[in-house]
Design a protein around this ligand. Structure first.
Ligand SMILES: [Fe+2]
Ligand SMILES: [Fe+2]
Length: 330
């Protein structure tokens, strides 16, 4: 959908004469969704659609850059040059994901400084998974396998999201997430097949990351505030519980190959459903972490703010360089 370039109009601004035009734009928007075509930045869109995308894309971008912290914690202590190079590449990828997503969010008319200010003020969220600590080297593997694995499960359907810039950013991000998942899996496999102490370290990391990874898909469908509308707008293609189930079913055979146990005594194949049953998720823990009471909430935000302040000179230099460049061109 690229033919209805119009400034966004809110109901309050419309005169009676505009109502027909607005109804036409809304009908074109609905038709584009029904035809599975993309909504592009210059297309008319409902205010609530725009606001939902800004919220979701900002939260996603924030998660990418805050997500650099738990793993960056291990870069200096990676056990070999090869592992260090892999981990550095992965953490840099996450910074890149943040940049694609802030750029994509800016196509909706928001400014990335404004989004970062909201993150720093605690007014916009990032994924609660990044509020857990990385206690051992095996956590780098567990994050790659489970956290990046859950992210891929969530994000592959976003490649078909109705908003063009978001969908296109996700295509590249998913390719890189796939490398992240594999490096985590390969790291855990090496530890699991190593000494008994290394195997135990891998198992302990999986024990700690399994349940928070399942929480990454968000609350159960009947408690998910935004799900139904997001599905209707084709921002979201599958429900939280569907994606969580898909992830569990993918992980079970992988855990077997790894020689590691998923920490859920209720986990078993259900022949009649053709899927694995799994035990109850502790949603109280999820809510507590969301409220800011996770093990690392404070530390993550403080580090982010400090990094932002320390980076001020880079932003100033880039702005000055861009201005100089414009002058020269003029
Ligand atoms: Fe990422
Ligand atoms: Fe990743």
């Amino acid at each position: 959908m690229t033919t209805t370039a119009q400034p966004a109009a809110s109901a309050a601004q419309t005169s009676p004469l505009d109502e027909d035009a607005l109804a036409g734009l809304a009908a074109a928007f609905d038709a584009a969704l029904a035809a599975d075509s993309r909504i592009e930045p210059r297309d008319w869109m409902p205010d609530a659609y725009r606001a939902t995308l800004v919220r979701q894309m900002a939260q996603h971008a924030h998660s990418e850059i805050i997500g650099m912290q738990p793993e960056a914690n291990w870069i200096t202590r990676a056990p070999s040059l090869r592992r260090k190079a892999i981990l550095m590449a992965k953490v840099q990828d996450e910074a890149g994901h943040g940049l694609y997503l802030y750029s994509a969010a800016e196509t909706l008319g928001v400014d990335r400084d404004e989004l970062l200010d909201k993150l720093h003020a605690g007014r916009q969220r990032y994924s609660s998974i990044f509020n857990y600590p990385t206690l051992t080297w095996a956590d780098v593997g567990a994050i790659g396998w489970l956290v990046d694995g859950a992210a891929i499960t969530n994000q592959v359907p976003l490649c078909r999201c109705s908003y063009g810039p978001y969908a296109r950013a996700m295509v590249r991000i998913c390719k890189e997430e796939s490398f992240h998942q594999r490096q985590g899996y390969e790291l855990l496999l090496a530890l699991s097949r190593g000494t008994p102490a290394q195997h135990d370290m891998a198992q302990d990391a999986v024990n700690r990351w399994w349940w928070p990874s399942l929480m990454m898909f968000g609350p159960p469908d009947d408690e998910s505030a935004h799900s139904a509308q997001s599905m209707a707008w084709k921002i979201k293609r599958h429900s939280n519980d569907e994606l969580r189930q898909r992830f569990v079913d993918i992980c079970v055979p992988q855990a077997e190959v790894l020689g590691l146990t998923l920490p859920d005594p209720d986990l078993r194949w259900n022949e009649s459903r053709g899927a694995h049953d799994y035990g109850p998720i502790d949603w109280t823990e999820f809510q507590e972490v969301l409220r800011g009471n996770g093990p690392c909430n404070e530390q993550r935000l403080e580090r982010r703010k400090a990094a932002h302040e320390r980076g001020a000179w880079v932003r100033e230099a880039a702005t000055a360089y861009a201005a100089k460049h414009r002058e020269e061109e003029a």
